[in-house]
Design a protein around this ligand. Structure first.
Ligand SMILES: Cc1ncc(COP(=O)(O)O)c(C=O)c1O
Length: 352
């Protein structure tokens, strides 16, 4: 485990969407579930449009989120995606020594830096399977950010290992944007009130295909929620987004997400089995999210070849702790994965 304090050449503001914006490619770069939003959800959102003349009223959505996690509403804050929450946390919470556990989604660090913080990095290593060693986090860190399951490694850390990072006077931020893609949401800390300083971030944009709508939420102690809410502009979450949030908390929606999570597990196993056929490819096997991280010597050139063959893979080199030899691949349906594996075979041959 290494600790770094200096900003470096990693482009923290690069995201998978940039890899699919301008060309018609099969998208393995963005981790939004395919064939979403489902029709019933589109209808609910469309039905909200008649109410657009009124200012948003977040009470029902907040209550629905609170009920889903068995928490009081004062422990819930709705946000314009998890992305808004990173900015609120960076701006509103006091932190003298913030630490981000990498490789992980880069926006939390970018938001902290933009808010004027000097950010320390704890780098998890491939040799350790990118697993968390709680002892690697400096004792003095008063804000710790970790993803679970982690983007891009797909590693699901044990809830107990994360909870062990809690300290009096420390804010412990757990980004659970992909937790609803894990069957049973095992290892989730959402709903826990016994972990001091715990802040759980959730997103509804991945599983439900609402990246363009912007909806997520924060679960934390009432004082923390109040501080974050104070930093929000008025009406940050639109009426259609609030309606979507409420709809996604229903029993039927949760059952649909659970079903999708199981299917992702099956398709991920298929992808990993296919990748294992290539001597040149090493996948992080402990994958539990809707994507896998792979190491290929010269992955940047492989990625270029794949683009020529019609497939967008997410570059790995913008993630602190990774370099040009890594790619992240979204888990897709079997037919798409099979086509991708053939393209990968070709790409590797061309370079071989
Ligand atoms: C790990 C992780 N957290 C949060 C986000 C942001 O999610 P949202 O769309 O809810 O802002 C992303 C988006 O890519 C992500 O990968």
């Amino acid at each position: 485990m290494d600790i770094h304090t200096h900003a470096d050449a990693h482009d923290l503001r690069h995201h998978g969407d940039a890899e699919v914006r301008d060309e018609k490619l099969t998208d393995l770069a963005v981790n939004v579930r395919t064939n979403t939003p489902p029709e019933w959800l589109r209808e609910r959102i469309a039905g909200s449009l008649t109410g657009l003349a009124a200012y948003p009223d977040g009470r029902a959505a907040r209550a629905a989120v609170a009920e889903r996690h068995d928490l009081p509403a004062r422990r819930v804050l709705l946000t314009a995606g998890a992305a808004e929450a990173f900015v609120l946390l960076a701006r509103a919470l006091p932190a003298r020594r913030p630490v981000v556990v990498h490789p992980q989604f880069t926006e939390p660090e970018a938001a902290l830096r933009d808010a004027g913080h000097e950010v320390e990095r704890v780098l998890l290593r491939e040799e350790d399977g990118f697993r968390l060693d709680p002892a690697a986090v400096p004792e003095e860190a008063d804000l710790v950010v970790i993803g679970n399951p982690t983007n891009p490694t797909s590693v699901l850390h044990p809830a107990a290992a994360i909870a062990a990072l809690a300290r009096p006077g420390r804010t412990l931020v757990v980004d659970e944007a992909f937790m609803d893609a894990v069957p049973g949401e095992r290892e989730s800390l959402a709903g826990r009130t016994d972990v001091p300083g715990l802040v759980v971030l959730r997103s509804l944009t991945k599983t439900w295909g609402l990246a363009g709508l912007r909806i997520g939420y924060v679960l934390a102690a009432p004082e923390t929620i109040a501080a974050l809410e104070h930093a929000q502009p008025l009406w940050p979450v639109s009426t259609p987004a609030l309606v979507a949030a409420e709809a996604c908390m229903s029993r039927a929606a949760l059952a649909e997400a659970e079903d999708a999570a199981h299917r992702i597990g099956v398709e991920r196993a298929h992808l990993l089995a296919g990748l294992a056929e290539f001597d040149e490819v090493r996948a992080v096997e402990a994958a539990e999210g809707p994507f896998v991280l792979v190491r290929i010597e010269g992955a940047d050139a492989v990625r270029d070849r794949l683009r020529g063959l019609g497939f967008a893979a997410r570059r790995g080199d913008t993630f602190p702790g990774l370099d040009r030899n890594w790619l992240r691949l979204a888990v897709r349906d079997r037919a798409t994965t099979n086509r991708f594996l053939q393209a990968l075979d070709q790409a590797l041959l061309m370079l071989g």
